[in-house]
Structures are given as C-alpha cells and as structure tokens.
Design a protein around this ligand. Structure first.
Ligand SMILES: *[C@@H]1O[C@H](CO)[C@@H](O)[C@H](O)[C@H]1NC(C)=O
Ligand SMILES: *[C@@H]1O[C@H](CO)[C@@H](O)[C@H](O)[C@H]1NC(C)=O
Ligand SMILES: *[C@@H]1O[C@H](CO)[C@@H](O)[C@H](O)[C@H]1NC(C)=O
Ligand SMILES: *[C@@H]1O[C@H](CO)[C@@H](O)[C@H](O)[C@H]1NC(C)=O
Ligand SMILES: *[C@@H]1O[C@H](CO)[C@@H](O)[C@H](O)[C@H]1NC(C)=O
Ligand SMILES: *[C@@H]1O[C@H](CO)[C@@H](O)[C@H](O)[C@H]1NC(C)=O
Length: 249
C-alpha cells in the first residue's frame, strides 16, 4: 500500500509543471540578501543556475548546481551560491547599490530550460528621513541696501533614518533673464539651528539661513538645496524683487 502511494506521488511529481514565481525585494545597502530557488533532488539530469540581468549588458552567471544533493559552493565576489535542503540558494553578503538587478533561477533539463524564480532586487541607499524642504515667501518689495535673510527649513524624521551624514546646504539664484540657476553660497557646518518637536521627538526642524545686503542686481529666485547620503532636495524658491533695478542697470 505504501509502495503504491510513493509510486503515485512520483508520477504526480513527474507530471507537475514547474512552479514559476516572480517577486520584488527592496533591501537597504549593506544588508545581506538570500534568494531561494526550489530544488528537487529527484529531478533527472537537471542543472540549476542563478543569473542576473542588468540592462545594457550581458547576463551574468552567478552560480550553478545539479538537482542531486552535492556540496557545490560557488563564490563570485560577495555572492555565494550553494545547495540547501530543497533549495538552490544565492547569498549576497552586504549588498551594494549596483547589485540592483533582476535575478533568475533557471532549471535546465536536457534541452528544456525553465525560469523557476525571478526577483527584481532593488538596493536602496541610506534613508535620509527628510520629509520636506520649505522656503519663506517674501512679499515686500526690497530696496537697495536692505538687509535680507533667506531661510531654508528642513523637516526630518529620525524614526527610520539610516543616513548619518550631515546636511550640506547650497543656495542657488536664478536671475529673471537666465534659465540656469547658479550657485551663490554653500553652507559650512555652521549657521543653522535645529530643534526637536516637543510633541514628537523624532521630528526635527533645522533652519539654515543666508543673509545678504541687497543690491540692484540681486533680483531673482533663490533656491536652497539640501544634499545628504547621495540624495538632493530642493526648496520651492523665494522670489526677491528689488525696487529700482531698472535705474541701476
Ligand atoms: C552578513 O553575513 C555575514 C557572513 O555571512 C555576517 O558576518 C554579517 O554579520 C551579516 N551582516 C548582516 C547585516 O546581517
Ligand atoms: C528555501 O526554500 C526551501 C523549500 O521551500 C526551504 O526548505 C528553505 O528553508 C528555504 N531557505 C531559505 C534560506 O529561505
Ligand atoms: C559595484 O560597486 C562597488 C563599490 O560600491 C565596486 O567595488 C564594484 O566594482 C561595482 N561593481 C560593478 C559590477 O560595477
Ligand atoms: C512646492 O511646490 C509644489 C509644486 O508646485 C507644491 O506641491 C508644494 O506644496 C510646494 N511646497 C512648499 C513647501 O511650498
Ligand atoms: C517607519 O517605518 C515603519 C515601518 O516600515 C512605517 O510604518 C512608518 O510609517 C515609518 N515612519 C516614517 C516616519 O516614515
Ligand atoms: C550689511 O551691511 C551692514 C552695514 O553696512 C554690515 O554691518 C553687514 O555686515 C552687511 N551684511 C552682509 C551679510 O554683508
């Protein structure tokens, strides 16, 4: 009776078409990644491969094995492939940004090739926690010689923040007759003021200011930009209108 049961089970496995899975995984840079592909040691004359595809280049073969249980470990840089019970596993030690790719596990039985598993793996950089960059709105018309202070407020939440780099703040000006903004000032590590929200301690607001005595040529839109951990955030800009610029041109 038991033998009949096993025979039926085998026949059933033999008939079963391969199960294909495609999934998406997002992982922070520096994390370890494990991709799992199912393997049956009863598969006949079968090889398994892990490959990855990055656009504009050839697929890269990361490792191979056979369906039977064997100790084959292949290692290319920080990627290792090996068998585990019921699986052919790809381990990535400390993922880098350029590991973002589509990974496929392929089964090759004689002349038949099947994609068993596909994973779009996205490696994301450190979380900056920045939620918004706001600038003031100045409604008054300014006069030559007036002192003006522009402020750039950066709101951030430290809850899921993984970026430890300080903010670099830049000021750009776009003149009315110019389509390109040019850099006018880069903050050092001073000249700002950060405070935590009393009701939500993970919320922080940092105000970066830039002061200037206005001259006739200062009309334009002033943008602040905050760069940190490979990302850049722009404010919406503050428009400065200097009266009398036409007389001084
Ligand atoms: C990643 O794996 C390596 C070796 O397998 C281990 O030493 C390291 O602690 C792991 N790192 C993380 C972030 O889990
Ligand atoms: C991979 O999948 C097999 C079969 O589903 C399972 O036994 C194994 O625990 C999995 N391994 C990992 C690392 O997820
Ligand atoms: C991926 O980036 C790392 C550094 O972040 C570099 O060492 C490695 O050569 C890069 N790999 C490829 C394939 O460009
Ligand atoms: C900036 O401009 C965008 C689009 O015009 C708008 O959706 C957003 O609310 C503005 N942000 C601030 C802080 O004013
Ligand atoms: C932090 O991550 C948790 C879990 O992913 C999420 O629920 C929460 O909204 C995140 N908080 C912020 C401020 O993004
Ligand atoms: C603006 O002018 C005042 C008076 O001339 C001077 O003390 C101040 O340093 C100037 N500010 C800037 C930002 O140049």
């Amino acid at each position: 009776m038991l033998i009949i049961f096993y025979v039926l089970l085998l026949v059933n496995i033999g008939r079963c078409s391969d199960h294909q899975i495609f999934d998406t995984k997002t992982v922070a840079v520096g994390q370890n990644v494990t991709l799992n592909c199912s393997r049956d040691h009863l598969w006949h004359l079968t090889n398994l491969f892990w490959i990855r595809l990055v656009s504009q280049t050839f697929p890269e073969i990361l490792g191979s094995t056979i369906s039977h249980n064997v100790e084959i470990i292949e290692k290319i840089n920080h990627i290792t492939t090996k068998q585990e019970p019921g699986a052919f596993v790809l381990h990535m030690n400390r993922a880098q940004l350029n590991d973002t790719a589509v990974y496929y596990c392929i089964k090759v039985t004689e002349r038949k090739m099947t994609f068993l598993k596909g994973t779009f793996l996205r490696i994301k950089g450190p979380e900056t926690g920045i939620s918004s960059v706001a600038q003031d709105f100045l409604s008054d018309l300014l006069h030559q010689g007036d002192p003006v202070t522009l402020q750039c407020s950066v709101l951030s939440n430290s809850e899921n923040k993984t970026c430890t780099e300080a903010h670099s703040v830049y000021w750009y000006r776009a003149k009315p007759d110019d389509t390109h903004a040019s850099l006018i000032y880069a903050h050092g590590t001073s000249g700002y003021n950060c405070e935590q929200s009393p009701e939500a301690p993970s919320q922080q607001k940092c105000v970066y200011s830039f002061s200037k005595n206005i001259s006739s040529s200062d009309t334009g839109v002033y943008y602040c930009a905050v760069a940190t951990c490979g990302e850049i955030f722009f404010g919406n800009g503050t428009k400065l209108d200097v009266e009398g610029r036409f007389f001084f041109q």
